[in-house]
Design a protein around this ligand. Sequence first.
Ligand code: ARG
Length: 458
Amino acid sequence: MWGGRFAEGPSAIMREINASIPFDKALWRQDIAASKVHVTMLAAQGIVSQADAEAILGGLDTIAGEYEADGVPEDWDLEDIHMTTESRLAELIGPAAGRLHTARSRNDQVATDFRLWVRDAIDQTLAGLDALQRALLDQAETHAGSIMPGFTHLQTAQPVTLGHHLMAYFEMISRDVSRFRDARARMNHSPLGSAALAGTGFPIDREMTARALGFDAPTKNSLDAVSDRDFALDYLQAAAQCSLHLSRLAEEFVIWASQPFGFVRMADSLSTGSSIMPQKKNPDAAELVRGHAGRIVGCLTSLMVTMKGLPLAYSKDMQDDKPPVFEAANLLGLSIAAMTGMVADSTFKVDRMRQAAELGYATATDLADWLVTQADIPFREAHHITGAAVKLAESRGVALDELSIEDLKAIDERIDERVYKALSVEASVAARASYGGTAPEEVRKRVAEAKSAMGAGA
Ligand code: ARG
């Protein structure tokens, strides 16, 4: 049964299981940048000669050009991006290449490269979220007064405005932005110079390399520095949380775009047709954002389980840290871009949403509130009276404001003509002007605040 694999011989299996170059080649830019900083520091400290350092820097630039033009070669014997680059450097400049790895190990090297990569990923994520937030703000401003049903249990509850609904997602994304910024601030320390695990006897300058790579400071404990992957987990946790928000928003679009709802017409560019049913326009992008959230959460789980129970310091299990992070970053970037397009390019059917808001006795709470404020009835009693009115309207198949004043008075004589004003969906949303409420003027205030907080161009 295992013959096929064994026939290749144990060394072939080792070669294959050991090789991370198929995926860690994605770190090449960070690897070269960190090597350049490292060798510059070695020369400044007199650990390598200026001439060797210049040869190494020139060689690294040449290699960067080659990778840029032709991609990174995948030779499993060279295991990973670090050895691949170092071996090419030796081909290009000869024995001086061997001086680059002075006072360094692949353990602090990979920890540094990967931090830089995750930091870049966070910056890209933040740029994507900024665009999504601006799209949400624009639609929320346009639809600050567009009335739709608000739901609890996906049952019509009270009328709300679409602007208010979209601003709820703006709030979620704002928290995501803050989580990514926190993760960035927490991770921004340089492991470079921690060497294999114990530090080094060479007179290196870790402040210098940290600063040159844009880190705030060097890490404080070499054992921790080479074996810590919290920065990747912080990123994945923020990504997982963000993907849940995107998935919920995507689900709203799936529901809104369905024919029985008909609240939105999604852009053709983010939908697909059916190969058999000509009338279909499917919300595939939204469904895939929903699906991707499951995979992103899986990436987080994967790395958490990888790290669980690893003793200090580096263990090779940690090489498996990269695929889930790369995958999550790719899926999250796509999901953010898809949702930005969906929010920006969808056409909301405001008449249809308004009609839907009138179904389901969405203003029943307004009747109860009216009884409290205008007739001084305790809320519990008002709730009861309103229940009777809804029951009557339901049995007649009419809306609450279609009941005659005689019918309403028969239920409770304290009701008078003025009540009709309270029963329209417009009056209902306008009344909810408490801070953070759905009233159009309130939504406009929140949008304006958010726009100015996001700065010029918002
Ligand atoms: N490719 C390795 C990784 O990503 C680099 C570190 C190797 N270190 C070692 N001690 N074998 O984890």
